[in-house]
Design a protein around this ligand. Structure first.
Ligand SMILES: C[S@@+](CC[C@H](N)C(=O)[O-])C[C@H]1O[C@@H](n2cnc3c(N)ncnc32)[C@H](O)[C@@H]1O
Length: 259
């Protein structure tokens, strides 16, 4: 899929499924957004929530000088409906914010899907103050137990998908390395395996809808949901490995890269 087609898919997908990521994460045994927000709780200065979607991180940083941007008006409408703001409709590749004006950028579940990624990383660097922080949450492809792997095989078989064909696969487990080569100083790179309770027909359908698969027609998503509903018995969990990377922009004084 080329970039214009991908962008069309993303726009249509979020128009049809606003807040889909937040709804999926509501099935988790702990909040991935709370985990992401932890390193930003003491940030003194503006926090930019990049590709904020329905803005779940806003709820984790109630006292922050926070602003959320996203390209999807449906996602932003959902954020506003939940009382979250301020919100700006904007492209992550052309952030409408002055250079060096932001203390921290939060990027929840967006770096593997925003395009073109080099422009987005360039914009994050531009808007951050020297010494400013990027906290990013991305899916990880490692960390599954053997039974967790089997569960994912079951889910992907129901969806008749082999993988998620996202445009920036290097921004998942390779995110820390990518940020280093993009001029950031990586402070931490951690993986945590969350557990989604997929124990009802509704949860099964939500999962079938939430995996960002461009080839998935609404009809096939429904069929996958029905198939997964038979598997989604009481007590059923699906492991979800996520990676949190926290990186700082150098201040210009003696940056010390951890090895
Ligand atoms: C997987 S969702 C994550 C939403 C939210 N951060 C969360 O974790 O719940 C990805 C978000 O990226 C947004 N997005 C995709 N491409 C974008 C772009 N170029 N500029 C701004 N937002 C974009 C989508 O509209 C969507 O809200």
């Amino acid at each position: 899929m080329d970039e214009p087609d991908w962008r069309r898919f993303v726009a249509a997908y979020h128009h049809a499924h606003p807040a889909i990521t937040e709804r999926l994460f509501a099935l988790a045994d702990a909040s991935p957004y709370a985990w992401l927000a932890e390193p930003l709780r003491d940030a003194r200065g503006p926090v930019l929530d990049l590709a904020c979607g329905s803005a779940p991180v806003r709820a984790e940083l109630p006292d922050a000088d926070w602003v959320g941007i996203d390209l999807s008006s449906a996602e932003l409408a959902e954020a506003a409906r939940r009382g979250r703001g301020p919100l700006v409709r904007a492209d992550a590749g052309v952030i409408p914010v002055a250079s060096g004006s932001v203390r921290a950028v939060c990027a929840a579940m967006c770096l593997p899907v925003v395009t073109p990624l080099p422009d987005v990383l360039g914009e994050i660097r531009r808007v951050l103050r020297p010494g400013g922080t990027l906290a990013a949450l991305v899916p990880s492809q490692t960390g599954l137990s053997p039974s967790g792997t089997l569960s994912w095989v079951r889910v992907m078989a129901a969806l008749r998908a082999v993988r998620q064909p996202w445009p920036n696969p290097q921004a998942r487990d390779g995110l820390a390395a990518l940020l280093r080569t993009s001029g950031f100083r990586v402070r931490s790179d951690e993986r945590r395996v969350f557990r989604l309770a997929v124990d009802s027909a509704d949860a099964a359908q939500l999962l079938a809808d939430a995996l960002y698969l461009p080839a998935l027609t609404p009809r096939r998503a429904e069929a996958a949901g029905r198939s997964l509903a038979r598997w989604a018995v009481r007590g059923r969990h699906l492991e979800l490995p996520l990676r949190r990377v926290v990186a700082d922009l150098p201040t210009g004084r003696t940056p010390q890269e951890p090895t």
